[in-house]
Write a protein that binds this ligand. Sequence first.
Ligand code: ADP
Ligand code: ZN
Length: 736
Amino acid sequence: MPMQPNDNEPRFREGDLVSVLTTAPLDGCLDYRAPPGGTELGRFVEVPLGQRKVMGVVWGAGEGVVDPSKLKSIIRILDIPPMRREMREFLSRASTYTVTPLPSMLRLATRTSDLGASKATVGIFRLDGLPPERMTPARARVIETLRNCKGEQFTLSELAKRAGVSTSVVKSLHQAGALKRVERVREPEIAALQPDHQIMELNEAQAAASTALREGVAAGEFLATMLKGVTGSGKTEVYLEAVSEAIQRGRQSLVLLPEIALTSEFLKRVREKFGAMPGEWHSLVTQAQRRKVWRSVAEGTAQLVVGARSALYLPFRDLGLIVVDEEHDISYKQDDGILYNARDMAVLRASIAGAKIILASATPSLETWVNARSGKYRRLDLPARFRDAALPEMAAVDMRQENLESGRWISDPLAIEIRSRLAIGEQTLLFLNRRGFAPVTICRACGHQIGCRSCDAKMVEHRFRRQLMCHQCGATTGIPTVCPACEEEGKLKPIGPGVERLNEEVKQLFPEARIAELSSDSVSSATAFRELLESIAQGEADIVIGTQMAAKGHNFPMLTLVGAIDADLGLNGSDLRAAERTFQLMHQVAGRAGRSGLRGLALLQTWQPDHPVIQAILSGDDEGFCRVEAAEREVAGVPPFGRFAGIVVSGTDESRVSGFAAEMVDNSGILSRVGAEVYGPAPAPIARIRGKVRFRILVKAAKTAPLQAALVKWRSQFKIPFGVRVSIDIDPFRFL
Ligand code: ADP
Ligand code: ZN
């Protein structure tokens, strides 16, 4: 079989020295000799490494630092499309930006087992020779089917299914010599998307936005656009128009979504619009499907991929458009393992690929908003909800006036509104971004609060599961009846509400109501989640109680009331983005109310009704909020006007960790020289996770400072002591 073509990359002849980037956890590339037949830049290869064989990519000419007698040869070249120059550049630049070793980036780009395996073959059944001696109606149907469907390839189970018989009938025909079985490479069954399968009539603002986006795609060069519009204004509709344009021009598109749970709803919509399914890429996709998607993306047959953030590392052959939906969503920031922000990396990728990128949101991140204001990004607005769906009315409930008895969280004004919805069959969403029953368990005898053994965190009561759980490390214990500190019996008391506790209060106040709980504890799988959403949309619940999970873009037509149980919850952190996050979340939650023409109301229970963020949410003046927030951050020189790097030094031995963190700060002249300020070390806000102590150093620099290069040099000055880990997070989100 001929190899996949390569776009005129330099060739290496047999025996030439080549530098190979492998997925092995090293710092860089390794030298090998080109195999018989030579090779080219970008080829995926298999190379020996110690006793193992690992996958790699030909990255350049060899450097010749290894003793020539020790040089080994590339074992084989994989029969998959080579990594294109653009992708290599993307990985290099992403690696530099995030201060992540290149091999780790390559691992992100090859998250598919067995990429190099030859294409899977399957057994196909064909007619062979004469009909069998003994003919039964079932056997006849099999033969009929094969006669009628010449050119189609049936596996055993497919043939049995099509003929309406059991597989044993097919097998017996095979044994009787009436059928033969041949091995065939299965063609990937990717159906073509039709760009104009479904034509929507767009309203004026939608049409204007669609035209602008289509022109952007048609221009075929890098261009970033912020697409801002309230939920329900038709952002999705409009960016799918841009996808349609890319399909027409034969270029590939990538739509990134923040959450797996959203993809199935979304996939259905794409199928309606384009008449076929797009490629799908997220953690629940099976290895076999992954291989198929990876290959078809590389070969250029996949026109559209819908995926989670890791889809960004797929080997697109001709990427013309990236959409980042809900671009403000914090789940785009990977804060485990390789630390990167998929939204920012998407902009980088688009700029290298010469693609258009659309950042869509009802409440854009301040980063994006500022880029649009400065003219770096284009801006498009969809000002109104589609048709007559009006935005909900917003009001605060001043909790200082409410005097709720202990153990109650639902104020009278909110209860009255809920009751009136129950009376007319409309739905209520009660939002509380806290899992479990109670966030703290305290001993009334000694005041002890039950904490996690290995983390600096309180144990959260999960009554439904009869457990206390640490939300940092996931450790669980039974719910004790005796205080672990003073050993008094029966004095432990849950403090504060979680969704489970709220559920109990709702049951008491509204015994007749049907309740649905949307939290990661009550929903066990993506399918269960989808079914629950569906049943709520069908009106099978009166009151929905939910965490953040309930805030995302679901559409419940009968929902007209949203109650935020604790609107202040996010405001009280030291987090740079606390205000922004609260604003976005409250806006999003409130947006669940009144999606289908019914007038919606959002009630925010707050102890600080005069807080500027609460005021901004109530007035709905989001542009004003962004202006004020931007001005404050500009004065402070913090993101998006400055750059942060968070360094966490961790390990089990406290004195070694703190000593080393101090040594790093004491020797940070390299950082000062690029104008960076260094703060710390200080115990991290969560000073212990999984038994490891954590110290934090915060580095703040101007956006123009060559911070990453300085950080790399700085880190390489030190010999990191045994048992100590140093992680560098550029643009950290969580300051934990
Ligand atoms: P957003 O992405 O801004 O939340 P959507 O694109 O999901 O908005 O649109 C909200 C709802 O309105 C969807 O059900 C969508 O199908 C419908 N809709 C939006 N624009 C139109 C249109 N021009 N014609 C028909 N239905 C539309
Ligand atoms: Zn813990």
